[in-house]
Design a protein around this ligand. Sequence first.
Ligand code: ZNH
Length: 147
Amino acid sequence: MVTWTDFERATIQDIFSKIDYDIVGPDALSRCLIVYPWTQRYFGSFGNLYNAAAIASNPKVAAHGKVVLGGLEKALKNMDDIKQAYADLSVLHSEKLQVDPDNFKLLADCLTIVVASQLGKDFTPEVHAAFAKFLAVVVAALRKQYH
Ligand code: ZNH
């Protein structure tokens, strides 16, 4: 059972209130596809992922980035039981999409970088630590239904 300090709760809420969903989701997903190109294999239906410029301007990548951020919002709203909130999403990634779960961490790292660049000096080590914990719980919940 994950427990959160008041600081962590307030910080996670604050991060989500400050970031621009329409930028962070698309930027994090496109960064993941560029930096870790093997993650592209799951997005065969997204058309041209030929180079960094194509990925960054691909409307399907942008749309899916927003979907992923919507997924994070679900975790935000269910911080006391992210595993339960993510049960169906975990089954989907495992059984239907067959995404290698190691990739969740890679996308989480890209999310961290993009959020850091949006928050600037507000992304202190303490804020970073709270966000890292949140993403670790999200990644663990996504992995939960893999066996
Ligand atoms: Zn995922 C889908 C979330 C990661 C791949 N996703 C999805 C969705 C969501 C998500 C919400 C939708 C679902 C439905 O529809 O129902 N993801 C998510 C999150 C994360 C993720 C939150 C982390 C953080 N994914 C991921 C990765 C990958 C993926 C890493 C790879 C690499 N997903 C995916 C796919 C899909 C999804 C492929 C499907 C898409 C379409 O549209 O088709």
